[in-house]
Design a protein around this ligand. Structure first.
Ligand SMILES: *Cc1c(COP(=O)(O)O)cnc(C)c1O
Length: 367
């Protein structure tokens, strides 16, 4: 077909060269699709691959969303109501709080605010994938600093990696997928290095240690949290960040106005009103985590790492993790498999309900 405009233009040449170089993302098959393929009823799928809350969200959320009458109106762009509730929950003034479409969005916004092409971020690997993903999309370069063999932050190596193009140091605490938390003293040492330190506390509620109160003391500390894991709202996409004034004032300028939809805002409000219920499910998950850990430890070919989150990373000895994962999948049990230089032959198992643990352990012992 003849183009009515200059036909010398190749569409591919219009795409940013650095993005052409990024590898294509292979999306996970949703459990609904997979259940249909396998002819297993969806309720029978034991989904332990996404670190989601198996008990779901607060019943108050379900009810409020069903009764709400104003879905035809745009949401509040400043998320005032939930920021005020978060002020009580976190104990930090609302002027330091911004809410995002998942904490993933806040990672991306922050990078867009701070990075110009060629700037660097430091990533303490192995860790959560979004820090490097978003850094690259924002034109930055990721400096990978390997954690110690016990997956702690290697302070000497991080210190040596910081240079005058380094804008951000990312640390997940507890870390995904290894489950260990970063001691507050280490975070204090990282803050002394100068660049912005992002402490990702996505699993805070399962762990209990936080540096959130330090927000008013350091101008280079950012704490990220999410409602996806403990509050059972992964599908609605809400996270929040605690930021120093100097950063949040400029973040507001680049935030997409309607980034958090009205259903998500209602869900957060109802969750924060129903903390008693949510704390019970968090407690049930923590208790189950400890039971699951002991059961895994008793299986001779498994080496589980102690975890402060709602998942356990397990190293496989003498067996192929991929095969174990596939065999569990045939029985409707989904876990996450890792095989990278730093995470050789392992699986990450999200903590489910007691019956989920029993089904999993049964398969792992018989298999
Ligand atoms: C799951 C996870 C998040 C993502 O949170 P969303 O709010 O769902 O975007 C962020 N950080 C870590 C370490 C996670 O494991």
């Amino acid at each position: 077909m003849r183009k009515p405009w200059n036909s010398d233009i190749n569409i591919r040449d219009l795409i940013r060269p650095d993005i052409l170089d990024i590898e294509e993302y292979i999306p996970l098959v949703p459990p609904e699709v997979w259940a249909k393929q396998m002819d297993i009823p969806l309720e029978r799928i034991v989904k332990l691959d996404g670190n989601e809350n198996p008990y779901g969200c607060s019943p108050r959320v379900q009810q409020a969303l069903a009764e709400f009458q104003r879905y035809h109106r745009y949401p509040d762009t400043t998320h005032m109501e939930i920021r005020c509730l978060l002020e009580d929950y976190v104990g930090i003034d609302a002027q330091h709080i911004m809410v995002g479409n998942g904490s993933d969005e806040l990672i991306d916004l922050l990078l867009r605010l701070l990075l110009v092409p060629g700037d660097k971020t430091i990533n303490c690997i192995p860790t959560f994938g979004m820090y490097s993903f978003s850094t690259e999309i924002c034109g930055g370069t990721v400096t990978k600093v390997t954690r110690t063999p016990g997956y702690d932050i290697d302070m000497d190596k991080v210190g040596a990696a910081v240079d005058d193009r380094t804008k951000i140091i990312f640390v997940a605490s507890p870390n995904n997928p290894t489950g260990n938390a970063v001691p507050p003293e280490t975070i204090r040492d990282l803050l002394a290095l100068g660049p912005v330190v992002v402490v990702d506390e996505a699993y805070y509620e399962f762990c209990g240690t936080t540096v959130a109160p330090w927000i008013t003391r350091y101008d280079n500390l950012i704490v990220l949290r999410t409602f996806s894991k403990w509050a059972g709202l992964a599908g609605l996409r809400v996270g929040y960040g605690l930021f120093p004034k100097e950063i949040i004032d400029h973040l507001w300028k680049i935030k997409p106005p309607y980034n958090v939809n009205i259903a998500a805002q209602i869900a957060v409000r109802e969750s924060l009103i129903d903390l008693g219920y949510l704390r019970e499910t968090v407690q049930a998950i923590v208790t189950e985590r400890d039971r699951l850990f002991l059961k895994l430890k008793n299986i001779d070919y498994l080496l589980p790492l102690p975890s402060q989150a709602n998942f356990i990373y397990v190293r496989l000895l003498q067996r192929q993790g991929l095969e174990v994962k596939e065999r569990l999948k045939q029985d409707g049990i989904l876990v996450r498999y890792f095989d990278t230089p730093l995470l050789r032959n392992g699986i990450r198992i999200s903590v489910g309900r007691p019956a989920d643990t029993d089904a999993l352990i049964d398969k792992l012992t018989k298999g």
